[in-house]
Every structure is written in structure tokens, then in C-alpha cells.
Ligand binder design. Structure first.
Ligand SMILES: *Cc1c(COP(=O)(O)O)cnc(C)c1O
Length: 466
């Protein structure tokens, strides 16, 4: 006799689930669907067992499974993570955490209506581009600016508006892949612009650009090689020299900065990352940079430069498809205002983390280690190295302090997974069979939650046998 026949009907299972749970708030159809899916899965399992299974699971077990399905369905997929990896701008973890001012501004405009495209003084239709253009002008020296969905979109829009069917000259050393789906040659091809590579992988001179210019040249493109570094017999043409060539021939220069920064990274012992205002001063006609890398704001791409070129970008039909929404504009504006007020280092989390001295990190690591040791956890304060990340400053690290937790040989992955799966999720590094928690990227207000999660998970997994 097959155990399949012992399975309850969908109706019976739904009733049992409803008795066992407070599912009143859920539509009945959702509960029915979860019950049906669970019964189908169980039936498939029993059939696959091919007679080896002698009994169907008891009703209580099926009810529990359906409850889990319903919980998974109604829980958010996107949720907060405590970043203990020490990588400050982690693309997989959402890049820049936002400042309090940015969060407040985003909430303020999302609670109700706003003057997104409304001129309050005149009482007439306005433009969403006015909100950022003035402040970017002020901070970078550019004549005008436009924000779009991200920096990839920024580069794409410039190519579409200025270079379709025409040639774009790029140094061979800068025809690079920036990461997941952003390869300069592919982006150019997709946009309909024609890539003209000049120079060699390691050396490109102003005359290389100049010799390639013809009547069909639309742009000179410089790409910041964000995520790798060439050393040795290397010569890059300076932006000043490119701009001089461009001016002489009436051809605009686009500088794709990637991260771009408004503040120098050198005071922290890091290599220089190009500054947006320096690119403008060096003569770039347009620069593009991300909102959520070193700028420390929400995801966006900012295009700054000559007013006549920005006007052409705004009029391109794709500008509408790439435009940013009100919350992004509000978050960007508040982030940029922190720079204007001279408060970026103290207010913007990315810069707080970069500038965090070792003493407070050591203090927090010591407190975490003490709490864990008191809970019987094998924990130790350690020095470690943080990275800026976000495809910027390759190979550069900041000295940091963390805590290692030793769950016993072969248990690090299990502990790490349990930490990732709970709430709030914790992502740590695994090194030498230990977990390493770099305190630099943990927001100070998350210390208590981190301490609790590790203690709970250690308890749950049980102290592993030595
Ligand atoms: C990161 C980066 C991009 C892509 O920027 P997103 O904001 O991720 O779209 C493009 N170019 C360079 C040089 C970059 O570093």
C-alpha cells in the first residue's frame, strides 16, 4: 500500500495550517497555494523513494513545512547586513551606507509630494535636473551637471548623445573591464560608437591621440583604470595633454572617473584617487562618476562638465529612461551638502570608515572579544587590513583591528553560513579556518547586534568537539 494515499487533501492541510497559525491576515489563496506546493513536493519525494518510504509524513510535519513556506514568502528578500568584511565599498553588499542627513532627506520626499518637477516660485512646471546641478557646479567647478541611474548609464548616455556612428579614441591601456558587465569596448559597441584604440597597453602619448583624429572623431575618452594598476615602463597621457589635443581639434574629452572623489585619499596613507574637481580644472569637457562609491551617497551616475554638452544629454530620448527618482535626488543632494558644509569626513559613513583611527577600533574589538569570551567563545583581538573597495584603490589597504573567532577545525564555514542566514545577517571573512570580524566596516550602532548574533549562533551550533 502506497504512502501516497495517506497524504491529506489540500483542504485538510489548509485547515490544519489555519488552526495552527494566525494566518487570518494572509489571503486564503496564498495558504492554499503553499499547501498545494508542499503536497506536490512531498508526493514527488515519495515517488522518487520508489517504495522505500513506507509512510507519508505526519500532518504536523506538513503543517510546519507550509508555515515555513509562508514565512519565506512574506519575508523581505532584500534585507540589512552587518558588513564585517572590512571592505568599505562592497558592491555585493550595497556599496555606500547613507548618512543620517541623506536618509532623512530621502524619507522627507517619500512621505508625500515634492517639488520634483515644479517651480515653487513661479507655480509652473519645473525640471528635476535643477536640484543637483547647482551644488555639483559649486563643488566641482563644472558649468552644469546631470544625474542618471548609475555611472554605467552616465557613460552610455554620453556616448549615445555625442558619438553614435562616430569614432571614440581610447588608449589601449584603458580599454578595460571594470567589473560585472562593464567593458569599455562592449559599452562602445552597444552604444553604436566606434572604438579607436591608440598607443600600446603600457604607453600612450598625446601624438597617438592626435594622429588618430579625423573628420569622424566624436570624443577622446579617458577611463580611470579603477581596479588594477600598471607598474614599470608605463606612460599615460595626462588629462591636461588630452584636453589640449581636444581643444586644438574641437573635440570634447570625456573622463570616466568611476569612483571619482571630492576629497583626497592620501591623508589616510592611500594612493591618490582622481578628484572630480581636478579633472574639471585639467580641462575635461565632461566627467562621469558614481554616486555610491567614494562620494558615499545613493546609487547614481553624475555627469558634470560643459553646459552645452549637458544640454544635449538632457535632450536625448534616453535621458528619460535613465533619469533618477526623487529619493535618489534627495539623498544625493543631502550627501553633496555635507561636502559643501565641510562635514563630509564626520557625516558620511564611507569617509568616517576611511578616517577611523585605530584606537576606537581597538576599543570596540576589545569589547566584542570580551563579550564573546564571557560566553565561552574562543575569540581574540587581532590586527587586520581593510580595503576601500568599489573597484577603487586596488591593492591598497588601511590597517585595522578585528576579532577572530575560532570554532574549531572545519567549522568556520558552518558558523559563517549560520551568521549569514539569521537576522540581522552578518557577513564576515574566513581566514585560516577562523572567522575574522573587521570592526572598521561595522557601524558602531551595530556592535550590540553583532555581539548577540555571534553568541546565539555559537550556542546553536554548540561548542564543536576539539
Ligand atoms: C565603477 C565604474 C563604472 C561603473 O559605475 P556604476 O556606478 O557601477 O555603474 C564605470 N567606470 C569606471 C571607471 C568605474 O570604476
Amino acid at each position: 500500500m502506497t504512502p501516497l494515499r495517506n497524504l491529506p487533501s489540500v483542504d485538510k492541510l489548509v485547515q490544519a495550517v489555519q488552526r495552527a497559525t494566525d494566518t487570518d491576515s494572509l489571503p486564503r489563496a496564498l495558504v492554499v497555494q503553499a499547501a498545494r506546493t508542499e503536497l506536490d513536493a512531498t508526493r514527488a519525494q515519495l515517488q522518487a523513494a520508489n517504495g522505500a518510504a513506507t509512510a507519508a509524513p505526519p500532518l504536523e510535519a506538513l503543517v510546519q513545512q507550509v508555515q515555513q513556506r509562508l514565512e519565506a514568502l512574506t519575508a523581505p528578500s532584500l534585507r540589512p547586513v552587518i558588513n564585517a568584511t572590512g571592505v568599505i565599498i562592497q558592491t555585493n553588499l550595497g556599496r555606500a551606507p547613507l548618512s543620517a542627513a541623506a536618509r532623512a532627506a530621502m524619507q522627507a520626499v517619500s512621505l508625500g509630494y515634492s517639488n520634483l518637477e515644479y517651480d515653487l516660485a513661479a507655480g509652473t512646471r519645473g525640471s528635476r535636473t535643477v536640484h543637483l546641478s547647482g551644488i555639483v557646479q559649486q563643488l566641482t567647478g563644472a558649468e552644469a551637471a546631470l544625474a542618471v541611474n548609475n555611472n554605467a548609464a552616465a557613460v552610455y548616455l554620453v556616448l549615445l548623445a555625442l558619438a553614435v556612428g562616430r569614432e571614440v579614441i581610447v588608449s589601449r591601456g584603458q580599454a578595460v573591464e571594470i567589473g560585472g558587465g562593464f567593458r569599455i569596448p562592449d559599452v562602445l559597441r552597444q552604444s553604436g560608437a566606434l572604438l579607436v584604440e591608440v598607443g600600446t597597453t603600457n604607453r600612450t602619448y598625446p601624438r597617438d591621440y592626435e594622429q588618430a583624429i579625423n573628420a569622424n572623431t566624436a570624443l577622446l575618452l579617458r577611463v580611470h583604470t579603477s581596479n588594477f594598476r600598471l607598474v614599470g615602463f608605463v606612460h599615460e597621457t595626462s588629462l591636461e595633454a588630452m584636453a589640449a589635443v581636444g581643444r586644438k581639434h574641437g573635440i570634447p574629452v570625456l573622463d570616466d572617473l568611476g569612483s571619482g572623489s571630492l576629497l583626497p585619499t592620501t591623508p589616510y596613507g592611500l594612493a591618490p584617487e582622481p578628484l572630480v574637481q581636478e579633472s574639471i580644472a585639467a580641462g575635461a569637457d565632461l566627467v562621469t562618476f558614481s554616486g555610491d562609491k567614494l562620494l558615499g551617497g545613493p546609487q547614481a551616475g553624475i555627469i558634470a562638465g560643459r553646459a552645452d554638452l549637458i544640454e544635449r544629454l538632457k535632450k536625448h530620448p534616453l535621458a528619460r529612461a535613465l533619469r533618477v527618482d526623487k529619493t535618489t535626488i534627495a539623498g544625493l543632494e543631502a550627501t553633496l551638502q555635507a561636502y559643501l558644509r565641510g562635514q563630509a569626513l564626520t557625516e558620511i559613513p564611507v569617509w568616517q570608515m576611511i578616517g577611523m583611527p585605530l584606537a576606537p577600533l581597538h576599543q570596540r574589538a576589545t569589547a566584542l572579544a570580551a563579550q564573546w569570551q564571557a560566553a565561552g567563545i574562543v575569540a581574540q583581538v587581532t590586527t587586520c587590513a581593510s580595503a576601500v573597495g568599489g573597484g577603487s584603490l586596488p591593492g591598497e589597504t588601511l590597517p585595522s583591528v578585528g576579532v577572530t573567532v575560532d570554532p574549531g577545525a572545519g567549522h568556520a564555514n558552518r558558523l559563517a553560513q549560520a551568521l549569514r542566514m539569521g537576522a540581522p545577517a552578518v557577513v564576515a571573512r574566513i581566514a585560516d579556518d577562523n572567522l575574522l570580524f573587521d570592526v572598521r566596516t561595522v557601524l558602531p550602532e551595530q556592535d550590540a547586534a553583532l555581539a548577540q548574533r555571534v553568541a546565539d549562533v555559537w550556542q546553536m551550533i554548540g561548542k564543536p568537539a576539539p
